[in-house]
Design a protein. Structure first.
Length: 112
């Protein structure tokens, strides 16, 4: 267990200056930071939320059907857990990818 003691000593030596620097931080200087004047402008409204929902649902359904098709084979020994597992994995991957793609496409279309 000698190496554990050396590890703790090295960690203490490395972190001691950081703790001291945090204690000496000037609260007046830290409180002086402000947002830039243009940073409080609102972002333009887009259809990204709607696109994410539509893309997630559509991608989940499409990938679930595709993964079911590829995991349930005609002429092979199929079991319910393998087919259901493949379908769920496909639905999850399709929903995540479809939501990201839908949000991206929706963010390109401004609301009026």
């Amino acid at each position: 267990m000698r190496s554990a003691g050396a590890l703790w000593l090295g960690l203490l030596m490395a972190l001691a200056p950081v703790a001291g620097a945090q204690a000496r931080a000037n609260p007046v200087v830290v409180a002086g930071f402000r947002a830039a004047p243009d940073s409080n402008a609102t972002a333009p409204r887009t259809w990204s939320g709607t696109g994410a929902v539509m893309g997630g649902v559509g991608g989940g359904v499409a990938f679930a059907v595709a993964f079911y098709h590829f995991s349930h084979r005609t002429g092979a020994i199929n079991n319910a857990s393998g087919t259901l597992g493949g379908t769920l994995v496909g639905a999850a991957l399709g929903a995540a990818g479809g939501a990201l793609f839908g949000a991206f496409v929706g963010s390109l279309v401004p609301k009026r």
